[in-house]
Design a protein around this ligand. Structure first.
Ligand code: SF4
Length: 434
């Protein structure tokens, strides 16, 4: 899929994007624009822009870009069935935990790699509360071999979905002077460069410009620049043409920006006020410096999970072979089926309503769906009430229904309803919260 129809529309879309960026970064811009459109457009170098025509092209561009998130999510499905099932359940859980906008933005990468430890930028809003930069995974001969072995093992166990991953997380990709080596290797393996988000786009403008050449408007890779002040934004707008930034999302990461959408998570959560997540992984975070593998998945940030993610397990590996062994063990330890002895419970952020053989299940944002049943609303009501109480195992819940009176329904059908709800991430996953 390409985001743009033809090369002729690139300039118009890019300029419209630039105009919208001024609107979301500069709180005074909208007023100036309303007062004198022509003069304001000229002042930012967009004097020739036909905003009406450009707006319709831009809308199409954005719609296609939004669809890309879904395709990244789909392409991120691991080839290992156990991992795929586990990840799908986390996707379902997040759909019902967050607002639609938030859950749509989560791509649930199956794996990502950090090429440094800590981060040199120290953003005050850092959602992952990254500490100072400690080490960098340079492309030495020894590290190149470790990288190749780790990548080979990851692809062997997870499949081509690895290519949807990224080479940063609680790190700044440009902190690694050898980032280019690893992204080139990535390109050779997967036929595309890994996406980056950088807060250091202005550190070395020529180097950044070089990196931007990896972006092809007819392909799907996008980059993101975290922009921490209006000054930084105007410098970026001066240094890079709108066309150069067509495939770069500029993120307004400062309070005064009208478009700032910082989640209350990590360092940005103050006075115990938490909300949202910036975690985009339901899978593995591999740090190449300390040789660690963590299994993580997004969750609404809270005092218990201040980073908006749950880390289920973390292990250290010594070399490529050990990485493969440990990754395999972690995958086989993923909980995919309900154990017969556990007491089941619906997540406490879910509400339900049974009426006319239909059960609507939804969250506080109104996100939800409905289960339709051929008959026996009273049994369905009982089933949801038992689940909601958190007191019973699957077998006990089904026994309590006394379904012998229900024609055409047997206990297996109710077991299957419960299993279905579990697979959709509606029932508390004890492994996440142990
Ligand atoms: S937000 Fe990114 S660039 Fe900023 S401190 Fe955190 S990891 Fe570093």
């Amino acid at each position: 899929m390409s985001f743009i129809k033809d090369i002729d529309s690139i300039r118009e879309i890019a300029e419209q994007k630039r105009l919208l960026e001024y609107l979301v970064f500069d709180k005074d811009f909208a007023k100036k624009f309303e007062a004198d459109r022509k003069k304001t457009l000229e002042s930012i170098g967009l004097g020739d822009l036909d905003t009406e025509h450009a707006a319709s092209l831009y809308k199409e561009f954005i719609n296609k870009k939004t669809l890309m998130r879904e395709s990244v999510k789909a392409a991120g499905e691991p080839s290992n069935p156990q991992f795929a099932k586990w990840r799908n359940r986390q996707i379902g859980r997040c759909t019902m935990m967050f607002s639609k906008e938030q859950s749509d933005s989560l791509v649930h990468l199956p794996i990502l790699f950090e090429l440094s430890k800590g981060c040199s930028i120290g953003c005050k809003f850092c959602g992952l509360n990254s500490g100072p930069l400690k080490t960098v995974f340079m492309a030495t001969e020894e590290n190149k071999k470790l990288w190749a072995d780790v990548m080979d093992a990851a692809v062997k166990l997870i499949g081509p979905a690895v290519g949807e991953g990224i080479c940063y997380y609680g790190t700044e990709p440009l902190d690694n002077p050898d980032y280019g080596y690893f992204s080139q290797d990535w390109f050779e393996r997967f036929g595309k460069y890994p996406q980056i988000t950088t807060a250091a786009a202005l550190r070395n403008v020529e180097k950044t410009r070089e990196l931007l050449k990896q972006l092809d408007p007819f392909k799907e890779t996008i980059f993101r620049f975290s922009v921490r002040s209006l000054d930084e934004f105007t410098t970026i707008a001066r240094e890079f043409t709108p066309e150069e930034l067509l495939m770069v999302e500029l993120l307004p990461q400062f309070e005064e920006a009208p478009g700032n959408a910082l989640a209350k998570v990590g360092r940005n959560a103050t006075e115990n006020e938490y909300s949202g997540t910036i975690s985009c992984v339901s899978g593995f975070k591999v740090n190449m410096c300390d040789r660690s593998i963590s299994l993580i998945t997004p969750v609404e940030a809270s005092e218990r999970f201040p980073l908006g993610q749950i880390e289920l397990k973390k292990v250290i590996f010594t070399d490529g072979e050990d990485f493969e062994r440990k990754l395999e063990t972690m995958i086989s330890g993923m909980k995919t089926i309900l154990s017969p002895n556990e007491k089941l419970s619906l997540y406490d952020y879910l509400y339900y309503n049974v009426e006319n053989n239909t059960c609507k299940i939804y969250n506080k944002y109104g996100v939800g769906y409905q289960f339709d049943f051929p008959d026996y609303s009273d049994l369905i009501q009982k089933l949801f009430d038992s689940l909601n109480s958190g007191l019973y195992t699957r077998r006990e819940i089904v026994e309590k229904l006394e379904i012998k009176n229900a024609e055409g329904w047997d206990s297996l059908a109710f077991h299957s309803i419960i299993n279905n709800m579990w697979n959709r991430g509606l029932i508390v996953d004890s492994q996440l919260y142990e």
